[in-house]
Design a binder for this molecule. Structure first.
Ligand code: HEM
Length: 433
């Protein structure tokens, strides 16, 4: 039977959009390939109210409207979210409230509205402008070259190499680690910590995952508290020292804000780019003709730029975003009341046929403007230029160094998450010229 709440909104035909969404959020098959589910939702229920407690929008123009409009902002209806979690997972109500209070005390630019968002973003945005980022290209290229050299050694004698472990994770960690000033030996521990902490972004996280998220967050705070103290004693040429100087100089950044900003930059700096590399390479392996074309134009910066945009569109590393209505408003002809949540399906928006020609075709030469993968509006990804640069360097070097890139034994496995979409396992067989 169709849930009456789920059918609120503009649903046509006999589609149960909530069942389609549940398949994406909660089944292995749906997470492995959410796109057929998105297509049905987008075509027949472009806006609907789901039993997970949010309105769901999936068309490009509607997602853009929600993310750009001042009628929407950051915020959570804690009561509604808690009710949903309590109902779904049996989480004790006091514990759910505790979680919200814990994370509310740890706001970053990602979770704040103006004017605090403007102030925090303004303090670090200089480090991420396209020209500042472009100056990092030689350093990123050198880091990538070193990792690919190690991969070539590992791949000798027909060995399998896991590209997630050897390249997709260490490259972005090294890049943001260098920028921020996180010492090399300290970096590997963050893969598990950040992965655990991001459970808070996943709509289906259960009580155990939420508890691990909190423990991981505390561990990261303890780490950064020590590093901040060290840099305060002895400043270095890094972004963390700059943040501390700002907070000490004009008192515009509190200790908690330095900490939250550092953790946000570090976590956002690799968790997503890792998945651009993994998802993008998997797309190339599934489309050998496109891969061949890219190989033949890999020294053309324009071709490489267009290819990265298309890989971002094709299988976005961030699939879900969202906002809260700050006042009564209308989206896609539907009244949304102040305080209600709206979830934007970025992966669905990127395959919207109203926005992209033949959206289910991977076309690395496509030149139809940016996808929705970095969001939109005032929270548009601060690291977009850096992520693009890392993608260009990484795919350029991979295709130049290795003449054969094939799927290895056992095949790929998708991670058990959907807000952050990526692979947990991706074995390759590689050959150099
Ligand atoms: C392919 C890689 C990446 C993807 C797909 C991605 C995606 C996104 C998205 C969708 C948002 C918007 C969130 C929202 O609307 O609430 C965002 C925000 C953000 N991203 Fe990225 N990101 C990537 C890489 C990076 C990198 C390398 C950094 C490095 C610093 C970074 C830092 C940030 C920050 C600080 C924000 C918050 C901006 C704000 O709230 O004003 N991201 N990212």
């Amino acid at each position: 039977m169709v849930d009456p709440i789920a059918t609120e909104g503009s649903v046509t035909g006999d589609l149960d959009p909530d069942a389609e969404l549940a398949a994406v959020l909660g089944t292995t098959g749906g997470r492995a390939d959410p796109y057929p589910h998105y297509a049905r939702i987008r075509a027949r229920a472009p806006i609907f109210r789901s039993t997970i407690g949010s309105w769901i929008v999936s068309r490009f123009a509607n997602c853009q409207q929600v993310l750009r409009s001042p009628h929407f902002g950051k915020g959570t209806d804690h009561d509604a979210t808690a009710r949903m979690r309590v109902a779904r997972w049996g989480i004790p109500a006091e514990e759910a409230a505790d979680f919200f209070e814990f994370f509310d005390r740890r706001q970053s630019m990602l979770t704040l509205n103006p004017p605090d968002h403007t102030r925090l973003r303004g303090l670090v945005s200089r480090a991420f402008t396209p020209s500042t980022v472009e100056a990092l290209r030689p350093g990123v290229a050198a880091l990538c070259d070193g990792l690919l050299g190690d991969m070539a050694d590992l791949a000798g004698g027909d060995n399998n190499v896991d590209v997630m472990r050897e390249l997709a994770f260490p490259l972005p960690v090294a890049v943001i680690g260098e920028l921020l000033g996180v010492p090399v030996p300290d970096r590997p521990q963050f893969q598990a910590l950040v992965r655990a902490a991001t459970a808070i972004l996943e709509p289906m996280s259960n009580i155990e995952e939420l508890r691990r998220a909190r423990t991981a967050r505390i561990a990261m705070e303890e780490y950064f508290a020590d590093l901040i103290a060290e840099r305060r004693r002895q400043p270095a040429q890094d972004l963390l020292s700059e943040l501390i100087a700002v907070s000490d100089g004009s008192d515009r950044l509190t200790e908690q804000e330095v900490m939250s900003t550092a953790i946000l930059l570090f976590a956002a700096g690799f968790e997503t780019t890792t998945n651009l590399i993994g998802n993008g390479l998997w797309a190339l392996l599934c489309h050998p003709d496109q891969c061949r074309i890219l190989r033949s134009s890999v020294h053309d910066p324009g071709a490489l730029q267009r290819a990265i945009e298309e890989l971002l569109r094709w299988d976005s590393p961030v699939q879900l975003d969202g906002r809260m209505a700050l006042r009564d408003t209308v989206v896609a002809g539907q009244h949304i009341s102040s305080g209600e949540q709206v979830m934007t399906l970025l992966g669905a928006a990127n395959r919207d046929p109203i926005r992209f020609d033949h959206p289910d075709t991977l076309d690395l030469g496509r030149d139809e403007g940016a996808p929705m993968s970095f969001g939109s509006g005032i929270h548009y990804c601060l690291g977009a230029a850096l992520a693009r640069l890392e993608g260009q360097v990484c795919f350029g070097q991979l295709l130049t160094r290795f003449t054969v890139i094939e799927l290895g034994d056992g095949g790929i496995a998708h991670r058990d998450s959907i807000t952050l979409r990526g692979l947990s396992r991706f074995p390759l067989r590689l050959k150099t010229a």
